[in-house]
Design a protein around this ligand. Structure first.
Ligand code: SF4
Length: 316
């Protein structure tokens, strides 16, 4: 860590105590931001931490829709995001107006939204889901009902294939940052690291294409599809000492830190979410000092969105 970063990290620790604040950091954050955090995890785990904390202030080091989710679950707390530009290319593929007009074409359909959506879109949804529980959520809906699944095309196609649902309509959204992970990249990596295990972390749009390729048989390898905690446990307990990991490269920092004797190879080095990397230690310090930028969802939107988020948390 550079000298300036050490200074910021120390400032963060003292500001946190002074203000009764906690720092939540997503797995895709810069290594030094992860090191300064109280909790590191995927969006669902961070939502749970936000809901349980006694802190007055939550500094959410992740992207905007995640901070919105934390704010919806903790309306009495101040939720801050250190950079308002930290958005999500997948969440921005559909807005509330587009969803309302799509629903008009399918008035009786059940709306299932992936967690990478804005609060307004969540408020119009019947269910919210993560990549880990999307199959379970869809299976819980009666077979004869139509389903509108959004916004991730690859995740929707994967779920439709696994569940055999025919009345499922899928929004053509994708994570532009990672649309480039192709089945050939994975097969090529696995041939080069033949003794490695292949791990998929189904957190974001960056790996839903990989999930889809596993269901079509385009990927010629046994994959372990694991949550963050499951992945950490698996890596710790496995006899393998090389792992090819399909996810945003940020999660490799924690894996290497906790397992220094093992090697972790990203399935694609370029799989970097530029939005996640907008948050720096300096911005976290400014966020705490100036109590900015507060993420607040209007009450009537939050109330409806909360229902679909709680359903998601109940099924996972
Ligand atoms: S990796 Fe893609 S889906 Fe995930 S937060 Fe970044 S832009 Fe959004």
């Amino acid at each position: 860590m550079k000298l300036a970063q050490v200074g910021y990290a120390e400032q963060i620790q003292s500001l946190k105590k002074e203000m009764n604040a906690i720092i939540l950091a997503h797995n895709y954050q810069l290594p030094e931001v992860q090191d300064a955090a109280d909790f590191i995890g995927d969006s669902l785990a961070l939502s749970r931490q936000a809901a349980e904390t006694n802190a007055d202030i939550i500094v959410f080091c992740g992207v905007h829709f995640m901070a919105e989710t934390a704010s919806i679950l903790c309306p009495d707390k101040k939720v801050l995001i250190p950079d308002l530009q930290a958005g999500c290319s997948l969440a921005s593929t559909i807005n509330a107006v587009e969803l309302v007009s799509w629903k008009k074409e399918h008035p009786d359909a059940v709306i299932v939204s992936y967690v990478n959506t804005t609060a307004e879109v969540k408020a119009l949804s019947d269910y919210c889901c993560t990549s880990s529980n999307a199959v379970k959520v869809v299976e819980s809906i009666p077979k004869e009902r139509e389903i509108l699944f959004l916004p991730d095309f690859f995740l929707g196609s994967y779920v439709a294939k696994v569940t055999g649902r025919s009345k499922m309509f899928i929004w053509p959204g994708e994570c532009h940052v990672h649309a480039g992970i192709k089945a050939e990249d994975i097969n090529d990596k696995m041939q080069r690291f033949a003794s490695a295990e292949f791990l998929i972390h189904p957190e974001c749009g960056c790996t839903s294409s990989t999930l889809y390729h596993t269901s079509t048989g385009e990927i010629d390898v046994n994959a372990h599809i694991l949550s963050t905690d499951g992945m950490m446990r698996h890596v710790r307990e496995s006899n393998a000492n090389q792992f090819v990991v399909a996810t945003e490269t940020g999660i490799l920092h924690r894996m290497k830190r906790e397992n220094p004797d093992k090697a972790f190879i990203p399935v694609k080095e370029e799989a970097v979410c530029k939005y996640m990397k907008m948050i720096t230690l300096e911005k976290v310090v400014n966020s705490l000092m100036k109590k900015r930028y507060e993420v607040k969802v209007q009450d009537h939107v939050a109330e409806k969105a909360r229902k679909s988020i709680l359903r998601m948390m109940a099924v996972s």
